[in-house]
Ligand binder design. Structure first.
Ligand code: FES
Length: 120
């Protein structure tokens, strides 16, 4: 289920409730930065990645969530949900931004969106 959000990227943005995201699945939020995939782990942690695999742009939202990682549906790169980084031996990084959950409501920190791997 898609949800369009409005407003600037300057603040935390409410994007729905944790239970709106399937466990070990994802849900897309459309933002000014493009589609962001919210992932929910089996432990109910929520992470946000750009819905674009760093390998070939595959839709990470359609990947399989295992632990705090997602496997891209196209060529099976494994991406760490917290950092957006590909797990070795592959190298690359999906855009990612912080998420906080307050009273079961998911907030996206688009103001801190990171395009790359952040260890330059
Ligand atoms: S596009 Fe994701 S592994 Fe190739």
């Amino acid at each position: 289920m898609d949800q369009s959000i409005k407003g600037t990227a300057a603040d935390w943005i409410e994007v729905g409730r944790v239970e709106d995201i399937p466990r070990q699945g994802s849900r897309i939020v459309k933002t000014g930065r493009g589609d962001i995939a919210l992932f929910r782990t089996v432990a109910d942690e929520v992470f946000a990645l750009e819905d674009r695999c760093p390998h070939g742009g595959g839709p990470l939202s359609q990947g399989i969530v295992h632990g705090a990682r997602v496997t891209c549906p196209l060529h099976s790169w494994v991406i760490d949900l917290a950092s957006g980084e590909a797990v070795g031996p592959d190298e690359g990084c999906a855009g990612h931004c912080p998420v906080r959950v307050v009273g079961g409501v998911v907030h996206l920190g688009l103001m801190a969106f990171k395009e790359g791997c952040g260890h330059e």
